[in-house]
Design a protein around this ligand. Structure first.
Ligand SMILES: [Zn+2]
Length: 151
C-alpha cells in the first residue's frame, strides 16, 4: 500500500485539500489508538493557542487513530463523543497552520503543519512536505516558525 501511494503523483497536493479522513481514505492507515507524540502535541498546542476561537477550548485527551501511509506524519485525531468546540458544529476548516523553516544537512527547506477541525473537534494534523515523493526528513533543525490561524 505504501509503495502504491508513492507512485501516485499529486499525493501531497491532495493532502492539502483534504479536510477529513473520509475525503482521502486510501492514504490513512488505522492504527491502535495512541496519545499524540510530544512533537504532535506541541504543534497542536501552538496552533490552538494562537487561534482565539480555540485557545480556551478544553480539548480533553486527544487520541491519534490513523496515520498517513506515505510517511509524511499526517495523523487523524479521534472524534470525541462530545464536540470540543460546539460553536463549530456543522463546520469544518482550519484551526491554523505552522510554517516551519528547517535546515536539513545544511539545506534549507519548509514544512507546513495544518490543524483541521470537523464538526467542532480537531480532526486532522496534516504535515505537508513540498518535496514529495522524497521522504520527509527524520530530523531537522528548526530555523524559523510562523503561525497563522483560520477563521
Ligand atoms: Zn502522506
Amino acid at each position: 500500500m505504501v509503495a502504491l501511494l508513492t507512485l501516485i503523483p499529486g499525493h501531497a497536493r491532495r493532502h492539502q485539500v483534504s479536510n477529513t479522513m473520509s475525503n482521502d481514505p486510501s492514504s490513512y492507515v488505522r492504527i491502535p489508538q495512541r496519545p499524540p507524540t510530544s512533537q504532535e502535541a506541541a504543534w497542536i498546542r501552538d496552533i490552538v493557542l494562537a487561534n482565539p476561537d480555540w485557545a480556551d477550548v478544553d480539548l480533553g485527551n486527544l487520541h491519534v487513530v490513523a496515520e498517513c501511509g506515505c510517511g509524511c506524519r499526517s495523523v487523524v485525531i479521534e472524534e470525541p463523543p462530545q464536540p470540543q468546540n460546539p460553536k463549530f458544529l456543522g463546520h469544518q476548516g482550519l484551526v491554523g497552520e505552522i510554517s516551519l523553516g528547517i535546515n536539513v544537512d545544511g539545506k534549507e527547506d519548509v514544512i507546513s503543519v495544518l490543524l483541521h477541525f470537523a464538526e467542532g473537534s480537531l480532526s486532522l494534523l496534516e504535515v505537508v512536505w513540498y518535496n514529495f515523493p522524497q521522504p520527509i526528513p527524520a530530523t531537522w533543525t528548526e530555523i524559523s516558525r510562523h503561525i497563522s490561524v483560520g477563521r
